[in-house]
Structure formats: C-alpha cells, structure tokens
Design a binder for this molecule. Structure first.
Ligand code: NAP
Length: 289
C-alpha cells in the first residue's frame, strides 16, 4: 500500500482516483478545485481530501494529476500551491492530463531539481475506460521511475507502456489523436454517403465492419451517428485542444499533417453549430447541415 494523492476529479480523474483506493488498496488523498466534487469523492470512496494540491501531496509516494490543459497542469504542479512545493525527494509525479510534450519536459526538469521523478502518462479509453479501470496509459520518463509507478498505475489501466524519455507519452497520445481524426472523418463521410444512397446503414456496417474498413469507431459509434446522437464520450472542445497540441508539435518537428489540420477546422465548424460538448463522431452533423 502506498500513500497517494490525486489532483483533478473530473470525468476521468474521479473514477481513476477511486480505483487507486478500491482496486489498488492505496491510502488516497484527493484535491479538486471545486470542493463539492472532492466531498462527493470522499463520501463515495471513504477517502480523504485536502484544501490545496500541495497539502494533498504532502508525504506522498505517488502524486497523480488529471486536469485540463498545459496551464492548468502548471498551476497545480509548479504554481503557488502546486504539488512540487510539498512532494518529498524519491516520490513520483504522474501526469494523466493530455498536454504538450514541452510542458512534460519542463515539469520533468523542475521535479528532477528537487529529487522527484516525473512521468507524463496521458490516457486513452474515455470515460468508460476510466470507470471500468481499463485505460491505456502512454508513459514518458525514466525507466526506474516507470518500474516503480507501473504497479500503482495498473489499478486503473489495462495497458501501460513506457514509450521513451520525458514527453514521449504525450507524443504517443498525439499519434493516437491523429489516427482518430482521420478515421472519424472517413466514417462520417461513409455514413453520410450511405444515407444519401438510400442504404440501410446498420446492414451495411454489419457486413463491411468484418472487412478492411472495420474500426473501433465504426463498431462503437455508427449506430448513434446514424441516429444523430452525439452524447457518447470525448467532447469536441477536448479534441480541438488535443489537435491544437498536435499541430503545434508538427510545426516544430516538420511533420506534414494535411488531413489532421483539415479535420481540426471541421471540428471548428461543429463548435460553430453549438457542438462544443458533443462527442467526436459529430463530424457527421456538419455534413448534414
Ligand atoms: P473534466 O471533466 O473537465 O475535468 C477537469 C478536471 O480538472 C476538473 O477536476 C477540474 O476542476 C480540474 N481543473 C481544470 N483546471 C484546473 C486548474 N487550473 N486548477 C485546478 N483544477 C483544475 O475533464 P476530463 O474529461 O476528466 O479530462 C481530463 C484530462 O484528460 C484532459 O486533459 C482530457 O483531454 C484528458 N482525456 C479525457 C478523456 C475523456 O474521454 N473525457 C479521454 C482521454 C483523455 P473543477 O472540477 O474545479 O472544474
């Protein structure tokens, strides 16, 4: 059993922190900016909460963070009441936020200067993956720190991999999002085309999903897309944040991402339709305007 803190009890963090307590059996203290959520977590999991990130992290062996973007991450890590203020030498800071590789390298250095290990560890698998404790976790950092943290991370994960030095977890997540952007646009166009052609979408997918066109998105989203329902997971606002990170990284490493840049614009159209909180399969909605 380890002494653990978890900062950020959103859609993802709330159940992940829960698994660290119930499945992992760890001594967990949580912090959330909106105090009501921390109180709800304490009630549900009979854990403890603290009034600031620094107080939650005091004396902990492992500190987890899962907040929104780079600036949020800086605030709760190296800000005035951030966790790096109180974490002890030899402890590990694990960041599950989807953020830039740059902020990961920055925090790795800031942590190292205090004898603390940092692992960037963005996740994929969505809300359902977090609730069921079966996330995929893509890590960047030192091998020794990873080996120490992996058994703890296992409480909410099905797949945990060390991809390389600091920032490599975030770069891996970027590849993941590039793949998703292209696949979802292709699926949206296919469903749009099928409807115009008067085909039975369910029947078509039943057949083509078994062949080379099959994908997780097709399997899990075609039905709801066909019904015009876009309330099933990862929000467009989050996807635009992620694609912004991807495109900035591509500008600095010279990668050409014409399709990703285009799909990013398409998600901008969805936002203009009022779809900020719709799930990513809502690319179909802009074709059907
Ligand atoms: P969310 O439900 O919006 O929760 C965000 C959490 O971060 C909340 O607890 C929020 O506190 C906290 N927070 C944000 N800014 C903060 C700040 N400046 N200081 C302190 N706390 C702050 O988001 P989520 O869906 O859990 O996503 C979290 C991260 O995981 C994001 O980077 C997202 O891209 C990534 N992710 C999400 C999914 C998904 O399906 N949702 C999948 C993979 C990865 P309050 O409660 O006070 O607002």
């Amino acid at each position: 059993m380890a002494k653990v803190a978890f900062i950020g009890l959103g859609v993802m963090g709330f159940p992940m922190a829960g698994h660290l307590k119930t499945k992992g059996g760890h001594d967990v203290t949580v912090y959330n900016r909106t105090a009501e959520k921390a109180a709800a977590w304490v009630e549900k999991f009979s854990g403890k909460s603290a009034p600031t990130p620094a107080e939650a992290a005091e004396g902990c062996d492992f500190v987890f963070v899962c907040v929104g973007n780079d600036d949020d991450l800086r605030q709760v890590s190296s800000g005035e009441n951030g966790v790096l203020k109180s974490m002890k030498p030899g402890s590990v800071l694990i960041d599950n936020t989807t953020a830039s590789a740059e902020v990961a390298r920055e925090l790795y250095e800031a942590a190292k200067a205090k004898g603390i290990d940092f692992i960037d560890a963005p996740v994929s698998g969505g809300q359902a993956g977090a609730e069921n404790g079966v996330l995929t976790v893509m890590c960047g950092g030192d091998e020794a720190a990873f080996e120490k943290a992996k058994p703890v991370i296992d409480a909410y994960a099905r797949m945990v991999g060390l991809m390389g030095p600091a920032g490599s977890g975030q770069l891996t997540k970027m590849m993941n999002q590039i793949c998703i952007a292209g696949i979802v646009q292709g699926l949206a166009e296919a469903v749009h085309f099928g409807k115009r052609a008067g085909l039975d979408i369910e029947k078509v997918v039943d057949v083509i999903s078994k062949g080379a066109a099959g994908s997780w998105q097709m399997e899990n989203r075609h039905k709801t897309m066909n019904q015009g329902k876009y309330d099933f997971g990862f929000a467009v606002d989050w996807m635009r944040k992620d694609l912004g990170i991807v495109l900035a990284e591509a500008r600095s490493n010279g990668a050409k991402l014409p399709l990703t840049a285009l799909v990013d614009q398409f998600y901008g159209d969805v936002q203009a339709l009022g779809g900020n909180r719709w799930d990513t399969s809502s690319l179909l909605a802009r074709l059907e305007r």
